[in-house]
Design a protein around this ligand. Structure first.
Ligand SMILES: C[S@@+](CC[C@H](N)C(=O)[O-])C[C@H]1O[C@@H](n2cnc3c(N)ncnc32)[C@H](O)[C@@H]1O
Length: 425
């Protein structure tokens, strides 16, 4: 009893003493006091083991499975709201609407929801099958975040856009329609990796954190490297497994999706809006454990360890990834820690921070380079690319590119993404 009381006393006194010390220090330096105070508060705010991303809950296997299961019903609810809006415009306007075919357009959307549901239902069924063991055992459900059945898991208004984003990724990553977008961003990365001699590639391990639907990781494996794709989001992993599993995808162009049907802005014609795209242009498969090829780790890359029996990855490749970090410094430190000494980091992206509460730091490119210096990276070719010892394909450059665009839309969003290669010092 006495020892319990003294424990409680210590637990209360320790923070108070820290605070007192902080106040005393503040007399000398306000910045030190502020830093101590915010660290002290963060003890209470973040009890988690590591500075992971807040992706975990909303992007968990459980939430995404529930969302895929409810794509049809959520989309039909949205369509009902669109019908109600149309009905509310008054008789004369409704007649004009009828003459230009607006009700038919709403009916067409209902048909398209059915077509897209064939995919989302299969993704959900596959996710359920893959995780069925885990769902039946409490211990592993907590590991995968699959606590309650999908129909009891709440999905919020952001779930539907996330499914639609995954549908657009089928097009960007795995269809002919995505070739032009892919080649602009993949080619510089593949060129930098291709400097490695062909004969040595199978011994080189490449990690692709935030691999999305996996096409870049697949292409790197096709160059002959041993590649580990790592993806946290259940939305992406569910969709990728749909392609990887012979039970759901056997042949090229087996599937059809209407990726643009849910976003009615910027469309020139209903034909453009409702067009379908067939996929996949290639059927991807994972390599067996221990074999060279493509591997997938589902989870947070911040929790990864260096591969067994090695001192780290030879290459880490990040594409549209580092700006999804909650804490970019942790991400850069992790990339550094996972690389072997002298290992190479290849990056391409536009620093589009998830602003608001998500990204705790939103750095400029210049600041990112300073953090890279501090963490222990050296930029191949130097910051201005003037170092002639490096081949051109390793030098920093700016690449205009797009991300899951609709090429027929009256809107283009072009990034000036930065490409760089850096080495672990
Ligand atoms: C903008 S997307 C880019 C995906 C892919 N690189 C591409 O270009 O298609 C960023 C991806 O990183 C994933 N991601 C974010 N934080 C992650 C983490 N800590 N571990 C693994 N994946 C993560 C997200 O789920 C998302 O799929």
């Amino acid at each position: 009893m006495l020892s319990l009381m003294s424990d409680v006393l210590i637990a209360c006194l320790l923070p108070a003493m820290l605070l007192y010390l902080g106040v005393r220090l503040s007399l000398f330096d306000k910045e030190i006091f502020y830093s101590i105070w915010t660290d002290f508060l963060s003890l209470f705010r973040h009890s988690g083991k590591h500075n992971s991303s807040i992706y975990n809950a909303p992007f968990s296997a459980q939430t995404s499975l529930a969302a895929y299961s409810r794509y049809r019903s959520l989309s039909l609810e949205e369509l009902s709201r669109m019908r109600a809006s149309y009905i509310s415009i008054g008789r004369t306007h409704k007649r004009i609407g009828y003459e230009i075919g607006y009700p038919r357009k709403l009916d067409r959307l209902a048909e398209i929801i059915e077509v897209n549901s064939k995919i989302t239902d299969q993704v959900a069924a596959l996710m359920k099958r893959r995780h069925s063991k885990e769902v039946s055992t409490t211990a592993s459900t907590s590991r995968l975040g699959l606590g309650s059945p999908p129909n009891e898991t709440s999905v919020d208004s952001r779930s539907l856009p996330r499914i639609r984003e995954a549908l657009k990724h089928f097009v960007r990553d795995w269809s002919n329609a995505g070739v032009s977008e892919r080649s602009v961003i993949f080619e510089p990365i593949l060129a930098a990796l291709s400097v490695q001699s062909v004969s040595s590639r199978s011994e080189k391990r490449v990690l692709v954190p935030g691999s999305g639907l996996g096409r870049l990781a697949y292409e790197i494996s096709q160059l002959g490297f041993d590649v580990t794709a790592c993806e946290l989001s259940g939305y992406m992993n569910g969709a990728f497994h749909f392609l990887l599993d012979p039970g759901t995808t056997r042949t090229v162009y087996q599937h059809e999706v209407h990726p643009y049907a849910h976003w009615w802005s910027h469309s020139r014609t209903a034909t453009d809006l409702f067009r379908s795209v067939r996929f996949p242009d290639i059927v991807p498969r994972l390599a067996e454990d221990g074999q060279v090829g493509l591997h997938l780790k589902e989870g947070d890359f911040l929790t990864l360890d260096v591969p067994k029996s090695s001192d780290g990855y030879d290459f880490i490749v990040t594409l549209f990834f580092i700006d999804t970090s909650v804490n970019i410094i942790s991400t850069l430190e992790k990339i550094h820690a996972l690389l072997k000494p002298g290992g190479t980091w290849v990056n391409l992206g536009p620093l589009l921070w998830c602003s608001g509460a998500q990204a705790r730091l939103e750095l400029t490119l210049e600041e990112v380079f300073k953090v890279m210096d501090a963490v222990g990276f050296s930029l191949a070719g130097g910051r201005d690319g003037s170092d002639d010892d490096e081949p051109d394909c390793m030098k920093r450059c700016s690449i205009p590119c797009e991300y899951t665009r609709d090429e027929k839309a009256m809107m283009r969003w072009i990034y000036e993404a930065e490409f760089w290669v850096a080495r672990k010092v």
